[in-house]
Design a protein around this ligand. Sequence first.
Ligand code: SDX
Length: 396
Amino acid sequence: KTGKFTYDPGFMSTAACRSTITYIDGDKGELLYRGYPIEQLAVNCDFLETCYLLLKGELPNATQKSEFVNKVTRHTMVHEQMSRFFQGFRRDAHPMAVLVGTVGALSAFYHDSLDINNPEHREISAIRLIAKLPTLVAMAYKYTVGQPFVYPRNDLSYTANFMRMMFATPCEEYKVNDVLVRAMDRIFILHADHEQNASTSTVRLAGSSGANPFACIASGIACLWGPAHGGANEACLEMLEDIQAQGGVAKIGEFIAKVKDKNSSVKLMGFGHRVYKNYDPRAKLMRETCHEVLGELGLQDDPLFKLAMALEKIALEDDYFVSRKLYPNVDFYSGIVQRAIGIPTELFTAIFALARTVGWIAQWNEMISDPEQKIGRPRQLFTGETQRDVKPLHQR
Ligand code: SDX
């Protein structure tokens, strides 16, 4: 027994670590951040309140929230030399390639003055990362479209600031649409943390060596990029666009047959999960957010949204998916809603990384703060050659 939760010995032997941050019950489809259901946080809080909760373990009161927001706001700019760092990339570089590079490069600006054993240094590193990721993601986007970087503004909310840095140009201001800002903010909340997923485990393993937090977050970004993980939202939208191009809802049966074909590697992207063997609660909230955004924009008849809902319905009635407990995950609807907000497809995973940075840094901090933590050293089951002697070259 670990406090309030009981685990069977078999599970305990495979557990990678102990944590108090996020709890998932995969069979029930439940997700709690520090004990609060994601469904309640997504409706009653904003992303910075959720960041405060993940970092400190409690929701902030009004004063604590104001101080935290103020700290984050004052760290949204990046060192001016970072803009030259971007010039080294090809214009058509994938935003995740740029983000891995630029977030890792933040180490160069803070590494020397950072003692990770000092709680204050750990806190300011968390603030800097949460504050600068939106700026770096927006810069990565502006660089690929050949538009000038837009500086953050301190009079805007965290998420409105991000959307302005993405969509404003010197010729035209960004008109803040509160429904779209709220939807983006909710997308950040839904992606903020998810216990020991692949990228979080990467950050923990990198951090266990004492590497600085900026380099550790860069390693998490690299891992998240994979299509089996954070890259699934981009892959899912491409899958929906392909089916739509071939005939839409009428072609769902043909697509499902390909997925079920033992000789094909086609997967229903945005479906299935290593832990959830029930509906991912984030997918439900993402579908509701889709409805709200598409309604706000007069796009309620968006063909891709209709196709996604038809595909979900058919899959959930098909024994192949039901028998394997494959349900929609967070990535199934997130591409549709981000596309409606105006986020380009190639930026979806970068947005996931922006939101997950707080989870990564909270998990990193939990590990570094543990006096008993040691460097991670996974073991292996060796199945190679037993010892043998080297033959001279002429005898090989
Ligand atoms: C995220 O870990 C996290 O928490 C991650 C995440 C987070 O917030 O950090 O939740 C974010 O990464 C969500 C997952 C996004 N990825 C996708 O949507 C890609 C598509 N999904 C699959 O790649 C797969 O479902 C995984 C990788 C997500 C999970 O794989 P599992 O649980 O290890 O399942 P498996 O690979 O062992 O598959 C079991 C069976 C297999 O069939 P059989 O060998 O039994 O015949 O289910 C099949 C798989 O082929 N299967 C799928 C499928 N997912 C699993 N078949 C078709 N489509 C799918 N999506």
